[in-house]
Design a protein around this ligand. Structure first.
Ligand SMILES: *[C@@H]1O[C@H](CO)[C@@H](O)[C@H](O)[C@H]1NC(C)=O
Ligand SMILES: *[C@@H]1O[C@H](CO)[C@@H](O)[C@H](O)[C@H]1NC(C)=O
Ligand SMILES: *[C@@H]1O[C@H](CO)[C@@H](O)[C@H](O)[C@H]1NC(C)=O
Ligand SMILES: *[C@@H]1O[C@H](CO)[C@@H](O)[C@H](O)[C@H]1NC(C)=O
Ligand SMILES: *[C@@H]1O[C@H](CO)[C@@H](O)[C@H](O)[C@H]1NC(C)=O
Length: 401
């Protein structure tokens, strides 16, 4: 029997559905900020144009012009960005040698409220090769903090995630992650590190499997990393358009979860994205470390450089190249560049209402000079908490009637 009068039950159902809809929107809404892709991939990056004077590898990072004229940075016929180590030059023995390579830094900065997605088909690998896709805060390292998304060396087969902070900050235990925590103190030399457990996250296997996608969520509560081989990429990422939103709560358990036992904005300045490929240097070239995955390598203090960098470039560096389909950046609903962010933190993140976390600046606008100071603010509820609150409210109301 129908009534032409307004029925309380229907009204409540409407509220319930509305709450669900709103909740899902709050939870889901990470909107596109920028897509570095195709013919314009290199437009919003700066080329380093100097020797590696930060990790002391035996490379010279070319300027944009030199990179283009030597064909070490270009867009291939598939529309993907290639960044490679020179494999066409024979380098004569000398006391100090540098092989040409590429380091680029984004002009945009990113912070809490942002998600950064990279789809790559090939990551550089081989003895002496040290590639990284990472982020660092403006200012001398590691004062501005550092977030390492893709980083491994020599013949390692698994990717390693890391955070670096100047001040005391640790990777707290009981993480809902699929990777293995290797070290928990983010202020020590290697940072706080987590090893990827899924197959084909680095090395020859990565390219042979068709590459994959890494996603990094920077939230007021911490930093979260996911990796998928190509067949497992979530639908919202795989079928993303220039306007569609993405929703990390559908992505499953992160590979590395870093709920932080420190104040994010005090430890991380707005972050610039960086691609580097160096050779040897203070990680890949350390004698004991070099020998560990490059058997047969000499144990001399400079064996990595003398056995690899010197001599012909091919075939040693034929696999020392990035092939990147895109880097896409997103921002949480309600976040304004420089304003506190409402985040869609994944459901697994413990509510941090008991720990005093403040929001940092949610950047992602173009051309930031990096002078924008971290913007303190009140931590807003996560989407998950909002959904939970609304559902509980609706259910309670339904029970009352
Ligand atoms: C590296 O070289 C660049 C360009 O010359 C310079 O601006 C920068 O300060 C140097 N960095 C270090 C750590 O020496
Ligand atoms: C490689 O670079 C390091 C750091 O600059 C340097 O100490 C070393 O001598 C170099 N090795 C060669 C063979 O050029
Ligand atoms: C350099 O490596 C590429 C693959 O990255 C390969 O196609 C090319 O033949 C190599 N160059 C030389 C001179 O061997
Ligand atoms: C871990 O995260 C997944 C995916 O977000 C979630 O379904 C699961 O309940 C979480 N587990 C714990 C113990 O928090
Ligand atoms: C976190 O650090 C920022 C920047 O120094 C500061 O403004 C804010 O009050 C801190 N938050 C808490 C809860 O200590």
């Amino acid at each position: 029997m129908t009534s032409r009068y307004f029925k309380p039950a229907t009204f409540l159902q409407t509220i319930f559905i509305l709450a669900l809809t709103l909740g899902v929107q709050v939870k889901a809404a990470y909107s596109p900020v920028r897509s570095y892709q195709g013919s314009t991939f290199f437009d919003k990056w700066d080329f380093y144009g100097d020797v590696d004077n930060t990790t002391w590898g035996n490379v010279t990072y070319l300027t944009r012009e030199a990179a283009a004229s030597t064909n070490l940075a270009y867009i291939n016929s598939a529309g993907n960005a290639i960044m490679k180590v020179d494999n066409t030059t024979t380098i004569a023995p000398a006391a100090l040698v540098h092989r040409n390579s590429i380091r680029i830094t984004s002009q945009d900065t990113y912070g809490t409220g942002n998600i950064i997605i990279i789809d790559a088909l090939h990551i550089p690998y081989g003895c002496s090769v040290w590639p990284s896709f990472w982020m660092f805060g403006i200012g001398p390292m590691p004062q501005g903090g550092e977030i390492d998304v893709i980083e491994a060396i020599n013949d390692m087969s698994n990717n390693q995630y890391a955070l670096h902070t100047a001040g005391s900050c640790s990777h707290v235990g009981n993480n809902n992650q699929t990777g293995n925590t290797l070290s928990t103190d983010c202020s020590q030399g290697s940072g706080c590190t987590v090893a990827e457990n899924k197959p084909n996250s680095f090395g020859a296997g990565f390219g042979q499997a068709g590459g994959g996608v890494f996603a990094t969520q920077i939230d007021v509560s911490g930093v979260y990393f996911w990796f998928w081989n190509r067949p497992d990429i979530p639908a919202d990422i795989k079928s993303a358009t220039s306007t569609s939103t993405i929703d990390p709560s559908n992505w499953g358990i992160p590979s590395a979860s870093y709920p932080l036992a420190c104040n994010y904005s005090q430890n991380f300045a707005p972050q610039q994205l960086v691609f580097t490929t160096t050779l040897c240097g203070v990680w890949a070239g350390v004698p004991g470390i070099y020998q560990a995955t490059c058997p047969g390598g000499g144990s001399g203090p400079d064996s990595c450089a003398t056995e690899n960098v010197i001599g012909p470039g091919s075939p040693k560096f034929d696999n020392a190249y990035w092939e990147v389909a895109y880097v896409k950046t997103y921002i949480a609903a309600g976040s304004q560049p420089g304003a506190p962010s409402a985040s869609g933190a994944v459901a697994s993140i413990p509510s941090s209402s008991s720990s005093p976390l403040a929001t940092g600046s949610a950047s992602g606008s173009s051309g930031s000079s990096g002078s924008s100071s971290p913007n303190a603010g009140v931590r807003m509820k996560t989407g998950y908490e909002m959904v939970l609150g609304m559902l509980t409210g609706a259910v309670l109301m339904g029970m009352v009637l």
